[in-house]
Ligand binder design. Structure first.
Ligand SMILES: Nc1ncnc2c1ncn2[C@@H]1O[C@H](COP(=O)(O)OP(=O)(O)O)[C@@H](O)[C@H]1O
Ligand SMILES: [Mg+2]
Length: 401
């Protein structure tokens, strides 16, 4: 019997569109002989839709028309498991609930990749691919992620973290503290956004306030860290779970500006690239695979990547991004982890010798293994507590029930 996979994507996030690209790529790479795929598109207002038209990327250009051809849905839990349930069901063409065996979240950014989506599946009791609540949440907050790495003795740049309110009450004081603790040049970024949103490189005190003003317009918690000026960026993907994981080959993404921008990442590669405006998501970024680094450096990064994966208790497929300081012996610092990376980093796995379709099989196996382990845990204990408790109330008088 086939496994029914619900692919969840979209959501209220600045990376909504990128998620659509990643999800449509994945849905078209899932083995149809093994799985039935049910798209679950979460619109920016949180309403969930399904429909056959969601498999085609071109249909998303006219979203109102696309959604008109789709159906609003929700999920219900019964004794048999979790099912997709059609809302506003027609009287004459009533659509039957669809039992979902596995959830496959392909979401990026806050309100979804940060553990919110994992929490939804945990609450429903639906097995799901990717990190659990705690590892997803740690991965989303760049400052907490650094704390965990430092605790585990893994390389990352130290940072100074502050709240928007603290800054707005006394801008001068916060700016002085940043200058004193970090020094210029430095980077200002919100701790929990992606796609380079709200990030600036700051070379002087004069530029600092503008950079923080920009960052606080996107997020409440901001970090400042030393900017690496002689920079190369190297990324590595890890696949597996805390028991057993493996690292992909490394890649080097290329940037047009001083920082890798949203445009570099999603709108088509390096300068003069023929892919300008293409819709391949992270797979279209200008990059070198494998990265042009020594075999020792690559091995060092792959080893650290597995350690980081285990340190945060990750599961599924992640991408860990590094900053390499070429003025300091190519020293590397883990910059961030993407617990649901753009395009699921499939291009790194294909370069490592694992086909995208087979990678999805592995992801499903990992998710079911976690569920089996959970099912073996004890979540209830028999007690007799309620048998002796009484508040002396007179039933449900006046209540709606
Ligand atoms: N400490 C740093 N020194 C130099 N460049 C940095 C530093 N931190 C970030 N950058 C640049 O900014 C880009 C975006 O920052 P990053 O922390 O990766 O945020 P995002 O989650 O938005 O990708 C990086 O890819 C890199 O080009
Ligand atoms: Mg990044």
């Amino acid at each position: 019997m086939k496994t029914t996979i619900g692919v969840f994507y979209g959501c209220r996030s600045v990376e909504h569109e990128v998620s659509i690209i990643s999800a449509v790529q994945a849905m078209n790479s899932i083995k149809k002989e093994k799985y039935d795929v049910v798209p679950v598109y979460v619109a920016k207002d949180g309403i969930m839709y399904t429909g056959a038209d969601l498999f085609t990327i071109e249909n998303y250009r006219d979203l109102p028309k696309l959604l008109k051809n789709c159906h609003q849905v929700t999920f219900i839990k019964t004794g048999e498991g979790v099912s997709l349930h059609y809302l506003k069901n027609g009287v004459f063409s009533k659509k039957k609930d669809v039992k979902i065996d596995l959830a496959f979240p392909i979401v990026h950014g806050t309100n979804c990749e940060d553990g919110t989506m994992a929490g939804y599946f945990e609450f429903l009791g639906l097995p799901y691919i990717s990190c659990d609540i705690i590892s997803a949440a740690v991965g989303m907050d760049k400052s907490v992620f650094k704390d965990v790495l430092m605790g585990a003795g893994l390389p990352t740049l130290p940072c100074y973290t502050f709240r928007a309110r603290q800054y707005l009450i006394n801008k001068e004081k916060t700016a002085n503290e940043i200058e004193e603790k970090i020094g210029f040049p430095l980077i200002i970024k919100p701790v929990n956004l992606g796609s380079s949103v709200g990030i600036s490189k700051v070379k002087s005190k004069e530029e600092l306030v503008n950079a923080i003003d920009l960052a606080v317009s996107f997020g409440d918690k901001i970090l400042a860290e030393k900017a690496i000026s002689s920079l190369r960026e190297i990324n590595c993907s890890v696949l597996g779970d805390a028991d057993d994981c493996m690292a992909s080959v490394c890649e080097e993404p290329f940037m047009q500006d001083e920082i890798l921008s949203y445009k570099d990442k999603y709108l088509g590669g390096s300068k003069g690239s023929k892919q300008q405006g293409s819709s391949k998501g992270m797979a279209s970024l200008g990059r070198k695979i494998p990265a042009d680094i020594s075999a020792e450096k690559s091995e060092e990064i792959r080893e650290i990547s597995c350690k980081i994966f285990k340190a945060i208790g990750a599961s599924g497929v992640v991408r860990i991004d590094y900053l390499m300081d070429t003025s300091d012996n190519d020293k590397i610092y883990a910059n961030e982890i993407n617990t649901i990376p753009g395009s699921l980093a499939f291009y790194l796995w294909e370069a490592t010798g694992l086909k995208y379709t087979d990678m999805i099989d592995k992801l499903a196996d990992i998710a079911f293994k976690r569920q089996r382990n959970r099912d073996n845990l004890t979540f209830t204990i028999d007690t007799n507590i309620l048998s002796g408790v009484s508040f002396g109330s007179k039933g449900s008088k006046g209540s709606k029930f």
